[in-house]
Design a binder for this molecule. Structure first.
Ligand SMILES: NC(=O)c1ccc[n+]([C@@H]2O[C@H](COP(=O)([O-])OP(=O)(O)OC[C@H]3O[C@@H](n4cnc5c(N)ncnc54)[C@H](OP(=O)(O)O)[C@@H]3O)[C@@H](O)[C@H]2O)c1
Length: 317
């Protein structure tokens, strides 16, 4: 029996990476009408459009995924745009969802909103201990305001707004454009193209020793229906695997799943960056949830999807 608590669920950013993972999970859980929109339906940066969208759709639940996200270089070059777009998306969509009488609002922010000096494993209570890394400050601060807006609207209006914090995501439908891509899609694409070009070696930057916490997008998506149905708090929750993966282990696993037969050469003259960034997932686990797909299984699915989607002309390149 499907859950009938919502009549109409509006999903913004439905055509994006996470939208592709989250929508099937919502559809299998809730018996509701789904209205899934992207910028082609409603350009949320246009004044008055969030209000029009909510008036047209009249949702009782809003899953807000629309965002302007990008790689580190683009974030560094265009902090104003990342700040403006994201603060506008979040502020107006949540405000109009409240004004329009929605019962539930759920949005996602990123782990990059934690302070640059946060100590791993990073628990949710470290959020306000300092400024995020300067490289993505515009984006990170704009997304962080979701927490304040959620708290303020809950306190003053009793509005049920929830903000969750996925870790470093990867999976099918990710962005494989090398100027915008995060480390995993960039690595998968480069290794596949190197194999196809018959290259004998690939250079990787640094020592490979830094560790990160990668989470398969399908695992994050699987938790979202639970949060919509059961979580009524403005306290954020990290949604990640909580596992330390070294960049060297990541590169070796990408090499394995892509079938790149050459050598990986580590250019240790290049800097390593932050040595350790892992999320504390005790709060997630205390809710009975976890992200368990192994790195190898998740990478294999992602690499296979990339090859097939590229052939169909569907991969974001
Ligand atoms: N990807 C990550 O690693 C990551 C990590 C943590 C949190 N998050 C958060 O998760 C959410 C989803 O991220 P994602 O990776 O799925 O993003 P994405 O792939 O970049 O998708 C962005 C979505 O937003 C829509 N959008 C962009 N500009 C718009 C506009 N002006 N008006 C209306 N819609 C617009 C896009 O529509 P079009 O297709 O029409 O452009 C697309 O559907 C975001 O809130 C993001 O901050 C992502």
């Amino acid at each position: 029996m499907k859950d009938k608590r919502f009549k109409r669920i509006l999903v913004t950013g439905a055509t994006g990476f996470l939208g592709h993972h989250i929508l099937p999970r919502l559809r299998e859980t809730f018996e509701a009408e789904f209205v899934c929109v992207s910028s082609k339906d409603y350009d949320l940066l246009k004044p008055g459009t969030p209000e029009k969208m909510i008036r047209d759709v009249q949702p009782d639940c809003v899953v807000h995924l629309a965002a302007k996200s990008g790689g580190i270089v683009d974030n560094r070059n265009r902090p104003a745009q990342y700040y403006y777009d994201n603060i506008v998306f979040c502020t107006h969509v949540m405000h109009e969802a409240w004004r329009g009488g929605a019962k539930k609002f759920l949005a996602l922010m990123g782990g990059c909103s934690y302070p640059g000096t946060a100590t791993s494993p990073i628990d949710e209570d470290q959020m306000w201990n300092g400024l995020p890394q300067v490289d993505s400050l515009g984006y990170s601060i704009a997304k962080k305001m979701l927490l304040i807006q959620s708290w303020a609207y809950r306190k003053q209006y009793g509005f049920n707004a929830v903000t969750l914090i996925p870790g470093n995501l990867y999976g099918e439908w990710d962005n494989f454009n090398l100027e915008q891509a995060h480390v995993i899609p960039a690595m998968i694409r480069k290794y596949i193209e190197a194999k196809e070009a018959g290259r004998k070696e690939m250079t990787a930057f640094g020592t490979g020793r830094p560790t990160r916490d990668f989470v398969y997008a399908g695992d994050v998506a699987a938790t979202i229906p639970w949060f919509l149905a059961n979580y009524d708090s403005s306290d954020p929750v990290n949604i990640s695997a909580g596992r330390r993966i070294s960049i060297r282990e990541l590169a070796d696993t990408v090499k394995k799943v892509t079938g790149f037969p050459g050598e990986i050469v580590w250019d240790t003259t290049k800097p390593d960056g932050q040595i350790d960034k892992i999320f504390d997932v005790r709060r997630l686990h205390s809710l009975g949830l976890s992200c368990d797909t192994t790195l190898e299984a998740g990478l294999k699915r992602t690499a296979e999807w990339f090859v097939a989607a590229r052939a169909r002309g569907e991969a974001r390149l």
